[in-house]
Design a protein around this ligand. Structure first.
Ligand code: IMP
Length: 427
């Protein structure tokens, strides 16, 4: 039975929440495999709008078991408040499963994230300030705190001591901040233990058994391909692997089990935080995309940088993720432009380049080579089939598909669950 991966094909914020939620009704498990509460999904169900940061979108589908995999970093206070917020609105969250191996974002990781960014000044990454990078750094440095550590006070204390040993030196001597007390951190973390206990599980076993039992499992990526620590625009990236391989390491499900990899692709491009972005617009068109597309971060409230569609990036996403399909989102935002420029290649130091350069310097020099596609003015939000779209909108979708290297199997024409044109079924 299928295990599907659904991930962002650009710099995140492509509308993954909508796509996951759309499939949520037909899948048995929705799994987050990386990132933390730096992600932000907006899901519209009927007249209700939900903003999720850490929880998988499947939490809104009653038949679905949402899973936070081992590759995720969990801020317990954020998780608990997200859960109680949903409970207050009548959403049943009792099926949630959290991997005991997931790492915990401790209060000192949040502090370190913020002070480091401040210290970097104009060289800053523009992180979400949620402690994501420092928590993954602790994981790799083998001084991380895992969810399972909450259930052994002595181990927890030793681990917090080890983690704070060097950090306190850095905080006090380099950043001129106060040292963080071990017992304070430990007692705060222990307050979460009982509250999280009903959800903690061996999620690797659960998911593999589910697949053996022919259940449908959907892996939901946070952020996007170009924010991947290995394959993104390093160092302006997040500290985990949103790309398809991350679904395996972040969940404990082997690659032979993955049957489909769907890239969510916005009909134009956005990015938050610092870093290169060849098709970025600084003019009225960019402001219009931001205004019409509601391009403001769900998690941070920051305005997103906006630009035209970049086919070089889409092709790259197809390659590094082994994409089998695209889900094109927000096509409706482009309604009203007479001509829509699409970046088909880059010009780098006078040469035309068709593929994303591996060199950071080259990518910083990349200038978009545009092709203008004819726009449309008709309202497309009611379109239910591909044939309902105006001819020029159809041609825009077809052109993107041809340039991007994988079939576009669904098209978002509005924020609602039902404002989607399904071309090929995902299941
Ligand atoms: P961090 O993930 O908070 O460490 O931030 C690293 C970079 O990833 C920054 O440029 C953030 O703006 C960006 N980022 C993190 N999460 C998201 C997301 O969900 N959407 C878009 N950008 C993100």
């Amino acid at each position: 039975m299928p295990a599907l991966v659904l991930l962002g094909a650009q710099w995140g914020d492509e509308g993954k929440g909508k796509a996951t939620d759309l499939l949520g009704g037909s899948v048995d498990y929705v799994v987050r495999y990386q990132g933390g509460n730096n992600a932000g999904h907006t899901v519209v169900v009927g007249d209700q709008k939900y903003a999720l940061h850490l929880l998988p979108s499947g939490i809104l589908s009653p038949g679905c078991t949402p899973v936070i995999g081992n590759g995720v970093v969990v801020d317990p206070s954020v998780l608990l408040s997200e859960l109680s917020g949903l409970n207050e609105r009548g959403v049943d969250t009792s099926k949630l499963l959290i991997s005991g191996n997931a790492h915990i974002i401790t209060p000192y990781n949040v502090t370190v994230d913020k002070v480091t960014e401040r210290f970097l000044g104009k060289r800053k990454i523009g992180t979400t300030g949620r402690g994501i990078g420092p928590t993954y750094a602790d994981k790799i440095n083998r001084v991380g705190i895992r969810v399972q550590d909450l259930y052994d006070e002595s181990i927890l204390t030793q681990k917090v001591e080890a983690a704070l040993d060097i950090k306190n030196q850095v905080l006090t001597k380099l950043y001129n901040r106060r040292a963080i007390a071990v017992d304070q951190v430990v007692s705060e973390l222990l307050t979460y233990a009982d509250k999280l206990a009903p959800y903690v599980a061996d999620t690797v076993l659960v998911l593999n058994k589910a697949l053996e039992d022919d259940k449908v499992v959907l892996f939901e990526g946070g952020q996007g391909t170009l924010l991947d620590i290995d394959h993104g625009t390093y160092p302006f990236v997040t500290s985990s692997n949103p790309t398809a391989g991350g679904a395996c390491t972040g969940s404990g499900v082997g690659p032979t089990k993955i049957s489909r990899v769907i890239g969510i692709l916005k009909a134009y491009t956005t990015r938050v935080g610092a870093g290169p972005f060849p098709t970025e617009l600084f003019d009225e068109d960019g402001a219009a995309l931001r205004r019409i597309g509601g391009e403001r971060g769900v998690t941070t409230g920051r305005d997103r940088r906006c630009g035209w569609f970049d086919a070089v990036i889409a092709r790259y996403a197809t390659r590094v993720n082994g994409l089998t399909d695209f889900f094109l989102t927000k096509l409706d935002v482009l309604t009203g432009w007479e001509q829509i420029p699409v970046c088909v290649a880059y010009e780098i130091d006078g040469k035309r380049v068709e593929e994303l350069p591996y060199s950071q310097t080259d990518f910083h020099h990349a200038k978009p080579v545009y092709e203008n596609l004819p726009g449309w003015s008709e309202d497309i939000s009611q379109a239910k089939t591909f044939a309902d779209l105006p001819k020029n909108a159809q041609a825009y979708v077809k052109a993107l598909e041809e340039m991007s290297g994988a079939p576009i199997s669904a098209i978002g024409v509005g924020p609602g669950r039902d404002e989607t044109i399904e071309i090929n079924s995902f299941l």
